[in-house]
Design a binder for this molecule. Sequence first.
Ligand code: CA
Length: 227
Amino acid sequence: MRILVIEDEPKVARALQQGLEDESYGVTLAQTGEEGYFLLTSQRYDLAIIDVMLPGRDGFEILEAVRRQGCRTPAIMLTARDALEDRVRGLDLGADDYLVKPFAFPELSARVRALLRRSQPQPPALLSLLDLEIDPVARCGRRGGKPLDLTPREYELLEYLLRHQGRIVSREMLTRDIWKEPVRHTPLDNVIDVHMVRLRRKVDEGCAVRLLHTVRGVGFTLKAGHP
Ligand code: CA
């Protein structure tokens, strides 16, 4: 994890660097707003700690300028006083958190950890029903831990059914949302039925609990137990 510290007071800057390095972060120090701006817009950091009171361009100006450039690096502002307007201004300009000087290092460290945690991409949510699950990012499915050998269309159908689990999915819905056709028609009904037969075989064959059911005259439903 790389952290950029923009702070002009050497003592504070050194203390921050030392403390963060002791916690195994890689730290870059910038002593002026200009330098900080240049580094933030040209290098990749996981987080920036920006002092508000800087010579030349202050921390607010730096933050505003880098946000305008599209830089989304999480930022903690260090304000000299607990002035409400400073906090509001920082947050309005796109700061993610702020800390009032003087602060205790463990508090900064906790804020850094919290912010880094929040900014890490979350693992993709799996969709599941009992022991059936799919991964919408990898576009694959498993039943009872065993991979399902699905065609792209079957995968789409299964994801759609899982997103509507417990509800009835009609042929009209499948025509519109999966096959992207404006109106339902008999040849397509037959295609849908063929896909459903194959999908049911892949999902349910050999399993004690059937999940994919036909609701006669209406459509299909994915649920544990009887439709
Ligand atoms: Ca300062």
